[in-house]
Structures are given as C-alpha cells and as structure tokens.
Design a protein around this ligand. Structure first.
Ligand code: 6GU
Length: 248
C-alpha cells in the first residue's frame, strides 16, 4: 500500500512511521510511505506558503497554489485517482470501521494543514474526504495523519505477524481486550489469576471472554450495544446484575 503525506514537516512523519512494525513492513515492501514537502512547491523565493486571511482575523492561512502543485506532483506518481484525505477537526470522526474501508485502497493521499487552516478553494479542488481523529484540537494534521496511517497499515495483509493479527479481532467485535499477564507468577504481592496457570484452555477462554465483557460493560457500555453477543454472554452479563441493552 502506498501513502503520500503532504506536509510542512516531512521528517516528523517519516521518522515515526519508519519505526517498529511499520518500519519493518516498509522494508519488506508491503508499505511505501512518501512525505511530500509542501514548502518545496512555494512560488516565491522566500519559500513562504502562508499569508494573511482575507477579511482579517488572527493567524495565517496556507495558500492554495503550493498545495495544488504538491498534489500535482503526487498525481504524476499515482495510477488512478486516489482519495485525498484532509485532516481537520471538522471532518468525520475516524474509526476502526473507516480504517478497514481505507485499507482496501491501493494508494492514499493525506493533506496536513497548519496555521489557521487552508484556503478553501484548494480543498474544494482536490480533497475527497475530511477526517478528524477526535474531539480535541491539534497544532497540525501530522499527528492525525500518523494515527490514520498506523491504524490502516496494520490491516494490510502481512504487516502484522499471524499471532498479532488474531488479537485485533476483539476490537473488531466491539469488545475490549481481556487483561494479560506474564512472568513472574507473583509480583508486588499480586498473583496471576489462578485460572491462567491451570492449563485448562476451555476455562481460560471462558475467563477471558468474561473479562472482556466485564471491562466493556464497566468502561465502554456504548460498545456493548454494537457487540455480537452469544446467549452465554448475555447470561453472564445478566448474572452480574446489569443489562447490556434493552432486548435483542
Ligand atoms: Cl485531523 N487535525 C487537527 N489539526 N486537529 C485535530 C484533528 C485533526 N483531529 C482532531 N483534532
């Protein structure tokens, strides 16, 4: 999968996204992450890419032309017409479902803004999707683009090893993960739950499922409404005196 990230801070994005799991995936040729430095497309000798907003007001606005030229340089390298995602708190809120959908694309383009925003006309001209990563404000789109690239990349076949892949299924089911333990059996007076040492796989699976249900009920009851629950799951939730949802 090929990502183009249009940004004023190419190093920030490339360093982070070539670390750990994604770095190895890039070495294997599964991912290709290219940063496109918008500043190199400035049309003046001072390499300025921002200016005062028409109508007045605080801050600076990123100008249309350098961004459009950066986009044209991306187009020269792409096959079809890839989706162009503008990172903004005004966008649709990113989710695992959106990550799954975007992971089907072969190429994706991200546009990271700074200052008080980007000239609306270039957004109209090139952007296909506006996405936010949550209801808070960042200083720029880079961290948001990195969050999206990470979440999308781990869904690309081969990026995670098989052991890791199986693990994400639980969030896919809208349930939180059960707690994990490793050696030693006792640490600071806290023992690993006995069932995990029993060697009884059936009992371990059952305990983990119950822990997932319990955690989701306590921490994210909103997710339970979307979770696919078995009759046994519902019996367990009833037993612990709380109802997951009205009926169904
Ligand atoms: Cl996508 N960009 C910025 N600047 N702030 C954000 C965001 C994006 N998502 C949440 N806050």
């Amino acid at each position: 999968m090929k990502f183009f990230i249009m940004t004023l801070f190419p190093d920030m994005v490339l360093d982070a996204l070539h670390t750990s799991v994604l770095g190895r995936a890039a070495e294997k040729g599964l991912l290709d992450i290219e940063a496109v430095d918008i500043r190199t497309f400035a049309t003046n000798k001072h390499k300025r890419v921002d200016d005062y907003p028409y109508g007045g007001g605080a801050g600076l606005v990123m100008q249309a032309e350098p961004i459009y030229r950066a986009y044209q340089s991306v187009q020269d390298k792409t096959q079809g017409n890839p989706r162009v995602i503008y990172l903004t708190p005004q966008g649709r809120v990113f989710s695992q479902e959106m990550a799954r959908e975007l992971a089907k694309e072969e190429e994706l383009v991200f546009l990271c803004g700074h200052y008080e925003g980007i000239d609306e006309r270039v957004l109209e001209e090139i952007v296909t999707d506006q996405v936010s990563i949550g209801d808070y404000v960042l200083t720029g789109g880079e961290l948001a683009a990195m969050v999206m690239v990470d979440a999308i990349s781990r869904l690309v076949p081969g990026v995670l090893n098989n052991e890791e892949s199986a693990e994400f299924e639980s969030f896919e089911d809208n349930l939180l993960e059960y707690p994990q333990y490793s050696r030693p059996e006792e640490w600071m007076g806290r023992r690993v739950p006995a069932v995990l040492l029993s060697g009884h796989h059936g009992k371990v699976d059952e305990w983990r499922r119950e822990q997932s249900l319990l955690r989701t009920l306590e921490r994210r009851p909103d997710l339970l409404e979307k979770a696919r629950l078995t009759d046994k799951d519902r019996d367990f939730l009833d037993k612990i005196q709380k109802k997951p949802c009205e009926d169904a």
